[in-house]
Design a protein around this ligand. Structure first.
Ligand code: MGD
Ligand code: MGD
Ligand code: MO
Length: 561
């Protein structure tokens, strides 16, 4: 599940799982460990490759997918813009671009082309470490096998240049005319089961449900009339900004629903100090997490299997979730707890201030009185055009992909067919810039972080599963054999991984998964918490932290610490 506000990931898949796994003749998978992190899609890709589709994987690490890749672009972490611009350069130079699509469906091509001219294969090879031949071969595969699907995930977004990386992916798909066709598109694979739904419902600081902007007077007036309240017109804070706000005093109280930031936030030692300085902290979770232990009040929630509702998956498909088992103790579905809290706050406010008389009972959705999640869906449909045609009755039979504006509308498997939702697709010139922290003499290695197949995030759920603990009992730092030799480290040895922000005691896994100069750690393990080390620098636009690059050093350590 996702928290009240999430800054992780952006956008939505333009295409569907079925068409990208059946119709694509080539793939460019960049910064996505698809078979481990999105196994359903990963299996589809595997089958497609077995049936002859070509696969380009761009990832600094030798992941499972690179074993079946036609070409593996093993670039340095944090050099994605240079790599993607380099691919575009080769495509233009060789005339593999789709001139017709560019002329009829896009704008700003010439201005963008000027920037791309500078990314010659030789220069790109120098920045990224990718051989020129591999770059040219990858460009040929992606551009000349149509349709080609581009897939990306956190390896692209979790950088101070994350939004630039995303724009560079979109540029490449437009250049080759791979938008609005089955088997093509730009497909950010969303992470949690319902992170797409949380964003769709306005779990972001700048939008109401359905991406209707809080700064749009018309949209705000609509929600004010429906809810019988006056609403602020300013954009709120993102997750990391909220945590920082606790330290500066801008935020005094916080309610955290379904998130465990004491393990998942960047630079967790700092995050802990921030949360500790709050006047009041409420945590609503299904387990007593590290973050819950810091809370003034813990509200017990129920898991997915214990409640009714919907999840919206990575392909924008809204699907019913049905209660299978009864919840333990006093645990309640999140919506019930939120409504009960809201009613008490509203009641309290009405008693103590005149202000609250603005809450008018003739507004259709003013009461927080829902008999069931189905009623909440009716409110969503009434106020959210992209969900306008949805109801539990329709969802009973099968999931439906938004936009679905009316009850008769079948849903939308592919976005931007024939026309972009904004009109013309815009080529956005983007330039390579270095990550916020680069290796130096004191911290000579790049640390990149992420996930492993067997565990989920901070392990609150997966580390309670005996079988998974047998399969992957501990986290290790992956070190390249050449680096390990230089450091005198053998596979399984205990080491210290040290950054400017902290130190972690962990065992090393020595091999060639990581390239020389780069090490990798999963963030699943509290006893070897990767986020003690990570850098909280943010992308200036998307406000996503740079989880994928920071500078560290590795030292041999005694077993006992
Ligand atoms: N088993 C399992 N599945 C999960 C999750 C889980 O915890 N466990 N979490 C879910 C969630 S919320 C999410 S967001 C997704 C995340 O899914 P992914 O984004 O696929 O997973 P990550 O391990 O974060 O990183 C993906 C890849 O990025 C590569 N990488 C590192 N640095 C760079 C770089 O600079 N550039 C590029 N191009 N690649 C880089 C890593 O080597 C890694 O292979 O997974 C979801 N699925
Ligand atoms: N170093 C590093 N850090 C990262 C990342 C990385 O790649 N590297 N990735 C980032 C990304 S993409 C993500 S998504 C975050 C994930 O970070 P978090 O969301 O903080 O991690 P989870 O462990 O998934 O926490 C979810 C919590 O929700 C609880 N929960 C489960 N179901 C329910 C429910 O129905 N209701 C309620 N109320 N609670 C529930 C679980 O018990 C758990 O405590 O981590 C981020 N942090
Ligand atoms: Mo995520």
């Amino acid at each position: 599940m996702t928290g009240l506000v999430t800054a992780f990931g952006s956008g939505a898949m333009t295409n569907s799982i079925a068409d990208i796994t059946h119709d694509a003749r080539a793939y460019l998978i960049i910064g996505s460990n698809t078979t481990e992190q999105h196994p359903v899609i990963g299996i589809g890709i595997r089958q497609a490759v077995a049936n002859g589709a070509k696969l380009v994987v761009a990832d600094p690490r030798r992941i499972d997918l690179t074993r079946i890749a036609t070409v593996h672009l093993r670039h340095r972490p944090g050099t994605d813009v240079a790599l993607l611009n380099g691919l575009a350069h080769v495509i233009l130079r060789e005339g593999w671009h789709d001139a017709d699509f560019i002329a009829t469906r896009t704008e700003n091509f010439e201005a963008w082309r000027e920037v791309i001219e500078k990314y010659t294969p030789e220069r790109v090879s120098e920045i990224t470490g990718v051989p020129v031949d591999a770059l040219v071969e990858a460009a040929r595969i992606y551009a000349t096998n149509k349709p080609a699907a581009l897939l990306y995930a956190m390896g692209i977004t979790q950088h101070t240049g994350g939004h630039q990386n995303v724009l560079a992916c979109a540029n490449l798909a437009m250049l080759t005319g791979n938008i609005g066709v089955p088997g093509g598109g730009v497909n950010p694979l969303r992470g949690q089961n319902n992170v797409q739904g949380a964003c769709d419902m306005g779990g972001l600081p700048n939008v109401y449900p359905g991406y209707q902007r809080v700064t749009d007077d018309g949209a705000r007036a609509k929600f004010e009339a429906a809810w019988g309240v006056s609403l602020p017109d300013n954009v709120g804070l993102t997750v990391v900004e909220m945590v920082n706000g606790a330290e500066t005093g801008q935020v005094r109280g916080m309610m955290i629903v379904g998130e465990n930031p004491l393990l998942s936030d960047p630079d967790v030692n700092h995050a802990r100090r921030c949360l500790e300085s709050l006047d009041f902290l409420v945590v609503q979770d299904i387990f007593l997490t590290e973050t819950g232990q810091l809370a003034d009040v813990v509200l017990p929630a129920v898991s997915f299997a214990e409640k009714d509702g919907t999840f919206t998956n990575t392909e924008r498909r809204v699907q019913r979730v049905r209660k299978a088992i009864n919840p333990p103790g006093e645990a309640k579905p999140d919506w019930e707890t939120v409504c009960a809290l809201a009613k008490r706050i509203t009641h309290h406010a009405t008693r103590i201030t005149q202000h609250a008389t603005r809450i008018t009972q003739d507004a259709p959705y003013a009461g927080w009185d829902y008999a069931s999640p189905a009623e909440i869906m009716d409110e969503i449909a009434a106020l959210t055009p992209i969900y306008g045609g949805l109801s539990f009755e329709r969802l009973e039979e099968r999931g439906i992909q938004w936009p679905c504006p009316t009850p008769e509308h079948p849903g939308t498997p592919i976005l931007h067919v024939g026309k972009f939702s904004r009109g013309l697709g815009h080529f956005s010139p983007v330039e390579h810039y270095a990550p916020a922290e680069e290796p130096d003499d004191e911290y000579p290695l790049v640390l990149t972080t992420g996930r492993q197949l067997q565990h989920f995030h901070t392990g609150t759920m997966s580390r309670r599963v005996e079988g998974l603990n047998i399969l992957l009992p501990e986290g290790r730092v992956e070190v390249n054999t050449a680096d390990a030799e230089r450091l005198g480290i053998l596979d399984g040895d205990w080491v210290h991984v040290i950054s400017r922000r902290g130190k972690v005691h962990v065992r090393a896994s020595v091999g060639d998964v990581c390239p020389p100069g780069t090490v990798f750690m999963p963030f699943h393990f509290a006893e070897a918490a990767a986020n003690v080390l990570t850098n909280a620098a943010l992308d200036p636009i998307a406000k996503i932290p740079e989880y994928k690059v920071c500078a560290v050093r590795v030292e041999k350590a005694p077993q006992a610490d």
